[in-house]
Design a protein around this ligand. Structure first.
Ligand SMILES: [Zn+2]
Length: 361
């Protein structure tokens, strides 16, 4: 079984090397170049550094774009507190038309008129959204109504060092600020503060106050992750790992450390994680597929699209089949099966239909 899994991962890597290179996934996001920002306080290229952000290409004359907009606004609203920046780059010619449009729709994210940014991003049609992670690499590309859009954002967020403690007033301890972003020096800074609390001076009281804030922020994050664990263990695992990576070896990170250890001893979970990662690789493969002239985006259910991307889709089918066989009963395998049905042009089966089939067999 172990050998089979190792083989599967090897096969996935092999396939991805020759097909994934064609697209932009995993590569540095090109810089944005705009003619004009139409919304206030636009982000600069420096603002985007180390941040998770979304770039979407759209136009007012494109019906699917207009249809996608409420969803993007919803996501922009959900993720604004988490620091995700949403940018819509219009492919319209008329600035006035876009201005009128976004005012009427009360668009809540950044909108700009393009200045050839679209030529630097490889997409065949609009709307197309790109998720860029904190390392500046494109981590996802698809239609904004793709159900995996939000997952791509949460994945990028989970991997990003968030400024959980960046806004704390440090007073006399301002020199510790760089360590509060988390990482290997965090414990050092934490212990300096802890030591100061021993003195009953103003400085000691200030240190105690800062520590209290730090503890409660990390606790909140951990509690949110506990909640997530009940519905999405794989996502929660990534958040626990993030907490431990950033704040490990300190008191408030202990519950996250415990949770990680539990995951490490949980074979069912480890299988789920491997299966999820394997499906993610297939997603990357499909994200680089081209669309046919009649589709707005690569549509696996469309015969022309499928024909155009035969090598990639054939590989995807093989990989998804292997995933279903090797990881039966996992959530990821169920997702893989759904993708497989789509690729094979089968309509999604309802539960009762599946049962019926089983009975006839
Ligand atoms: Zn098509």
């Amino acid at each position: 079984m172990k050998l089979a899994r190792a083989l599967l991962i090897f096969v996935i890597l092999l396939f991805c090397n020759d097909t994934c290179n064609a697209g932009i996934i995993g590569k540095d996001a090109p810089d944005i170049s705009v003619r004009k920002w139409l919304t206030p306080n636009p982000p600069t290229q420096a603002d985007l550094k180390s941040r998770v952000y979304v770039i979407e290409f759209w136009a007012t004359w494109c019906q699917p774009c207009v249809k996608s907009m409420p969803h993007i606004m919803e996501l922009a609203n959900t993720y604004k507190d988490k620091g995700v920046i949403f940018i819509g780059i219009s492919q319209d010619n008329s600035t006035r038309a876009v201005q009128k449009f976004i005012r009427r729709r009360k668009v809540n994210y950044h909108i700009a008129m393009d200045n050839a940014t679209s030529r630097r991003f490889p997409f065949a049609s609009i709307p197309t959204a790109f998720v860029i992670n904190h390392t500046g690499k494109v981590s996802w590309q698809s239609h904004p109504l793709d159900p995996d859009f939000e997952l791509a954002i949460t994945r990028a967020l989970a991997a990003a060092p968030q400024s959980l403690l960046a806004d704390i007033d440090l007073g006399p301890f301002a020199n510790l600020r760089p360590h509060l972003w988390g990482g290997k020096n965090f414990a050092l800074a934490y212990n300096i503060l802890k030591k100061e609390t021993n003195s009953e001076s103003t400085i000691g009281l200030k240190a105690a106050k800062i520590l209290k804030t730090i503890n409660s922020r990390i606790e909140d994050k951990t509690n949110q992750t506990h909640l997530l664990r009940q519905t999405d263990p794989v996502a929660s695992f990534m958040f626990y790992r993030w907490i431990v990576h950033n704040f490990g070896s300190t008191e408030p990170a202990k519950p996250a450390e415990t949770a990680l250890k539990e995951f490490e001893n949980d074979d069912n979970f480890k299988t789920e994680l491997r299966a999820t990662n394997a499906v993610f690789e297939v997603d990357r493969l499909l994200a680089n597929c081209r669309r046919c002239p009649t589709c707005y985006i690569f549509n696996p259910e469309c015969q022309w699209c499928a024909e155009l991307n035969k090598p990639a889709t054939t590989k995807a089918v093989e990989l998804l089949t292997t995933i279903c066989q090797h990881f039966p009963g996992t959530k990821a395998a169920a997702g893989a099966q759904a993708k497989l049905d789509k690729l094979n042009g089968n309509p999604p089966q309802s539960k009762s239909a599946t049962n019926l089939q089983k009975q006839t067999k």
